[in-house]
Ligand binder design. Structure first.
Ligand code: PEP
Length: 253
């Protein structure tokens, strides 16, 4: 049985005071949940708030990106070892916004995944198709290439150390959510692709859904057999919504 994970991707939002308030409310809201893993991914400068407030709780914290390099003269970048040093449990890699606005390719993202893994930080690999790609019937081809970026570089064993998030680009921040059937179909395809290389690793891999997940649709999505939680954008900035989604994870565990 895979343990559900609900992770909040705050993106580039909020102030230091907002971060403190949000974390305080999340701690209070998920305090009694035992069966779901919960994590927040604040912007880099606010990771120290997560570290200070969440140390000693069951809630993990993570980054929204990580350098593909190990260290050295790479101005503006943050290494996986630094994240580990800072207590980060997770690092999101390959978010569609980074693919779109920062030109990240599957090869670059594969290296980021490998760096996180090598430092003992759990990479959360985002995969997903655009609306145009879906309409052209290319969904499986696109998500397969996203999955293969890691497979080609680090082998199937890499999926024994990470998490995958299926995030259809057309559902991110749009208010349009994939139907549970649409999401389940892609999740099953992703798991099958990894199972072709190693069944046990595929069975243990957590595959989250991301894309306008809200309290109103979380339970049905997480109730699908291959959906093991959520990567939450907009709704992770509202404590009550995020906690309600965590509760859906807890109830489905
Ligand atoms: C995301 O960007 O990872 C995401 C899932 O965003 P939203 O929930 O706002 O669609």
């Amino acid at each position: 049985m895979r343990r559900p994970l609900i992770a909040g991707n705050w993106k580039m939002n909020g102030t230091k005071a907002d971060a403190e308030e949000l974390i305080r409310s999340i701690i209070a809201g998920v305090f009694e949940m035992r069966k779901v893993d919960v994590a927040v991914c604040p912007p880099f400068p606010y990771l120290f708030i997560a570290e200070q407030m969440l140390a000693g709780t069951a809630i993990g914290w993570g980054s929204q990106d990580v350098s593909r390099e190990e260290g050295g003269a790479f101005t503006g970048q943050v290494s996986a070892a630094m994240l580990k040093d800072f207590g980060c449990r997770y690092a999101i890699v390959g978010h569609s916004e980074r693919r779109q606005f920062n030109g990240e390719t599957d090869a670059i993202i594969g290296r980021k995944y490998a760096q996180a893994m090598a430092s003992g930080v759990v990479p959360i690999l985002c995969v997903g198709e655009t609306l145009e790609e879906r309409e052209q019937g290319k969904t499986e081809e696109v998500v397969a290439s996203h999955i293969d970026g890691v497979l080609n570089l680090a082998g199937v064993e890499a999926y024994g150390h990470g998490v995958v998030a299926y995030e259809p680009v057309w559902a991110i921040g749009t208010g349009v959510t994939a139907t549970p059937d649409q999401a389940q179909e892609v999740h099953a395809f992703l798991r099958e692709r990894i199972a072709n290389k190693n069944k046990e690793i595929a069975e243990g891999l957590r595959i989250l859904y991301g894309g306008s997940m809200k309290p109103g649709n979380a339970a049905e999505l997480i109730g699908q057999p291959d959906i093991d939680g959520g990567l939450i954008g907009g709704a992770s900035l509202k404590a009550a919504d995020f906690v309600a989604i965590c509760q859906a994870g807890e109830d489905n565990a």
